[in-house]
Design a protein. Structure first.
Length: 342
């Protein structure tokens, strides 16, 4: 990356109201068939343009082509029955009705590769593509086949690696794995969570990132955050092993969060996507708010490794709010860039 402090988002952006009901997770599509296929591409173009107008350096599809960051990927796999549903507790936080793993899981066809090719055709900027991480995938399913979280995670890691290699071939510059589960299951993270993530990136030459956050600004997450106390030290559990891993970039939640910034010291040497935009609030940060968070982070990460970003995806926000936040991110990064070059 040539620009200092290249900006990006953690992933999702709001969908237009003609595509799906806004400000809602798992919002059903409003169209189908060929109309839906075209509408998703139109939304992707729109989302890309919003990022470009805001001056975002590393762009994405805004996740316009998927209903949800985990389930849409799983829907394309063999071995999972979406009709057979069980209620499970997701990330020890809320109950959800989830599909059942009924047989060996496999990827029968590419999932996002055509969408990534389409995005690649639209821009010469660096592009980032998000996939769910193995641990977060298993946590969103009922497993009646392997009956082992670890075994299923290894199977998903192999599948993710197939998809990631094809995304790389399609011209994706950074492949990001979303692992909010890394903030919850600390023993598993260290026993096999990071190992399965490394299996998912095996043999890739493009850059790789892991996004570890405290989730979207939905009620189940904000209620959970209230139980975490005044200092959130969850990252302390996974960072030492992540620092030793082959992952290039770690994406974190830092804006308005109770994460002590000095924990970033534990991943010294990695590139860090610092969340400088709060996605759980409709208040649009000022550029100075963003700059303050970035300056704070610069005490623990070298300037050439600091990537200003958002805490998490912005899918549940109003479009005007998300747009304002994109502009604030860009303007805040510009302030600090100016200070660094002065
Ligand atoms: Zn997130």
């Amino acid at each position: 990356m040539h620009t200092l402090l290249p900006t990006s988002t953690a992933g999702s952006l709001p969908k237009p109201s003609w595509l799906a009901q806004p400000e809602k997770l798992w919002s059903p599509w409003k169209l189908d068939g060929e109309e839906l296929r075209e509408a998703k591409q139109d939304a992707l173009r729109l989302s890309l343009q919003e990022q470009q107008h805001a001056g975002i350096d590393i762009v994405s599809d805004g996740e316009q082509t998927r209903q949800h960051f985990v389930t849409t990927f799983i829907e394309h796999l063999d071995g999972v029955d979406f009709e057979k549903r069980e209620t499970v507790r997701i990330r020890n936080r809320y109950d959800a009705s989830v599909p059942t793993v009924t047989g060996a899981v496999s990827r029968i066809k590419p999932v996002f590769v055509e969408d990534a090719k389409f995005l690649r055709e639209q821009t010469r900027q660096p592009i980032k593509w998000a996939l769910p991480g193995p641990m977060t995938m298993i946590d969103t399913l009922y497993d009646a086949h392997y009956k082992s979280r670890e075994k299923l995670a290894w199977e998903f890691a192999k599948i993710l690696n197939q998809e990631a290699k094809e995304l790389e071939a399609a011209g994706v510059d950074i492949i990001q794995f979303d692992e909010p589960a890394f903030n919850v299951f600390f023993d598993e993270v260290n026993d096999w969570g990071i190992a399965t993530l490394e299996r998912a990136i095996e043999g890739l030459r493009c850059e790789t990132a892991v996004h570890i956050c405290y989730g979207y600004g939905i009620k189940a997450n904000t209620d959970w955050k209230k139980t975490l106390g005044s200092e959130w030290r969850q990252y302390e559990e996974s960072f030492p092993k992540l620092q030793q891993s082959n992952i290039d970039i770690v994406s974190l939640e830092c804006q308005n969060s109770h994460v002590p910034m000095d924990l970033i010291e534990l991943i010294r040497g990695k590139k860090v996507m610092v969340g400088a935009i709060d996605v759980a609030s409709n208040t649009i940060e000022t550029p100075e708010d963003v700059a303050k968070t970035l300056r704070n982070a610069l005490r623990f990460v070298d300037a050439d490794k600091l990537y200003p970003s958002t805490n998490c995806g912005m899918a549940p926000l109003a479009r005007s709010v998300a747009r304002g936040k994109l502009h604030a991110l860009s303007a805040g990064a510009a302030i600090v860039r100016g200070e660094l070059s002065a």
